[in-house]
Ligand binder design. Structure first.
Ligand code: HEC
Length: 193
């Protein structure tokens, strides 16, 4: 055997041994019962950085091919999106003038304030995240229960109304007044006929 070949064999053997040791170490760690899984435990800074970077890079890549519908941001979509937000998202993501629900207060990682003025809420990534959800977080995959039209309406609302204040949020998500002028139900009262 030439010395070059011996060197290559030794290197491969060492690498495999190292991999086996790392695997064994990880298994011992997993089986030990000492790894904290409580939502109240703070993530190690390195783990948090690793998970967040993985998430962000994956999201950018996966959502790049999403085609945004023409004329996405219009009054009908924004209003419908606001209602869907109040129905499905506010528990976790909150809204101005709304007290955060115990669900949103208890999850880890906490959901971001999607209506903050500094948000970008690019429609492509917003749509992708809503549709597919985020692994190992409380973010559900809404593609299982809402159709694409509804998801785009949510994306339109989040894009157009970042920085919304409490009064506008209440007005936009409140009951819709109709011809009978009864804003409490949004439906025509039978007595009005
Ligand atoms: C049960 C809690 C929960 C509900 C309900 C929920 N989310 Fe989330 N959402 C999360 C969590 C947790 C994250 C991930 C936060 C992180 O990555 O740190 C998230 C992430 C997101 C993100 C990505 C934000 C970013 O910039 O990374 C978007 C967009 C989003 N949610 C939109 C929605 C919309 C729209 C709804 C309603 C249709 C909704 N979410 C309902 C918990 C929730």
């Amino acid at each position: 055997m030439t010395s070059r070949r011996a060197f290559a064999t030794r290197t491969i053997f060492t690498a495999l041994l190292l991999l086996a040791l790392i695997g064994a170490g990880a298994s011992v760690w997993a089986f030990s019962g000492y790894v904290g899984v409580a939502a109240t435990d703070k993530d190690n800074a390195l783990v948090a950085w690793f998970l967040h970077t993985t998430y962000q890079r994956s999201l950018d890549r996966q959502s790049a091919a999403v085609a945004v519908p023409d004329n996405l941001v219009n009054d009908v979509n924004v209003r419908a999106g606001a209602h869907l937000y109040a129905q499905h998202c506010v528990y976790c993501h909150g809204a101005p003038g709304v007290r955060l629900d115990p669900i949103g207060a208890g999850i880890s990682p906490r959901a971001l304030d999607l209506l903050a003025a500094k948000r970008h809420n690019g429609p492509q990534s917003t749509f992708w995240v809503m549709r597919h959800g985020v692994k190992m977080t409380a973010m559900p995959a809404f593609g299982k229960s809402l159709d694409d039209t509804q998801l785009w309406q949510l994306a339109a609302f989040l894009r157009a109304r970042r920085g919304i204040d409490a009064g506008d949020y209440r007005a936009l998500t409140g009951p819709v007044a109709d011809a009978s002028g009864d804003p409490s139900t949004g439906r025509k009262s039978p007595l009005a006929d």
